[in-house]
Write a protein that binds this ligand. Structure first.
Ligand code: ADP
Ligand code: MG
Length: 236
């Protein structure tokens, strides 16, 4: 049985259709890359899976471990074991890194920091605020996902932005998640990242237009462009 099963999911923002009958299934413990050009709706899909406020599908269904979760608020989905590392991590003025990681702790905060390339002695007492660089916040966000030991981790563009994680660092983080039996949805606009995954899907025109081996899917996506439609948006 699929851990995550998305069937016919549609979402519009204002009069703009972003997702249009999207289907996607993630197997238990799979690492699944979601590729798509900028603005195709990858983050929107992540917010719909998480249950962020304002993100309710106009059609379709999302099931997690067999259970429909569409009506559940974000914190209930988090309790089921769904978590996310945001493309733009939040800041929490006044909260120290150590406390932020402990909030979610199933694992040792220092160990989680080391696994994202941060020396615990230098970071545990820091505040999770604007004094951290974008890359440092991104790493701390990933550490918090590791700390939670989730069933499903959605990593939204883990390798984007300045001071980004290297491909090897992302491989290490994902392998560690995999060891904890976490299923990973790896969202990226970079085709080289997709090769880390077991399978990949391509999002274009509001739908998944291709799912398969990462090589085969990356073949249809180059330089931030869907080649199945030559960048014109599939089925538009
Ligand atoms: P991606 O992550 O693939 O780059 P996004 O999911 O961030 O794409 O955005 C998809 C499209 O939907 C973009 O054109 C974006 O401007 C638009 N969009 C996303 N959320 C909203 C919103 N709440 N209101 C209006 N437009 C939105
Ligand atoms: Mg995005």
């Amino acid at each position: 049985m699929a851990l995550l099963n998305i069937n016919g999911l549609s979402f519009a923002a204002g009069d703009r259709t972003i997702l249009d009958g999207l289907n996607l299934a993630l197997a238990e413990q799979e690492i699944h890359a979601l590729l798509g050009a900028n603005g195709t709706g990858k983050s929107t899909l992540a917010y719909l899976i998480m249950g962020c406020s304002g993100y309710v599908g106009s059609a379709g269904e999302i099931r997690f471990a067999g259970q429909p979760i569409d009506a559940l608020p974000l914190h209930e989905r988090a309790k089921l074991g769904i978590t996310m590392a945001w493309q733009e991590p939040a800041r929490f003025e006044g909260l120290r890194v150590e406390d932020y990681l402990a909030l979610k702790s199933a694992s040792d905060p220092a160990d989680c920091l080391r696994r994202v390339g941060l020396e615990p002695d230098r970071y545990l007492q820091r505040a999770v605020d604007k004094t951290l660089s974008g890359g440092e916040r991104k790493r701390i966000e990933l550490a918090s996902v590791l700390a939670l030991q989730p069933r499903l981790a959605i990593l939204d563009e883990p390798a984007s932005g300045i001071d980004m994680l290297s491909l090897q660092e992302i491989v290490d983080v994902i392998q560690f998640l995999n060891k904890m039996q976490t299923t990973v949805l790896l969202i990226t606009h970079r085709q080289e990242i997709a090769h880390i995954a077991d399978r990949a899907s391509l999002l274009c025109g509001g739908r998944i237009v291709l799912t398969g081996a990462p090589d085969a899917v990356a073949e249809q996506y180059r330089a931030r462009r869907c080649l199945m439609c030559d960048g014109e948006a599939c089925r538009a």
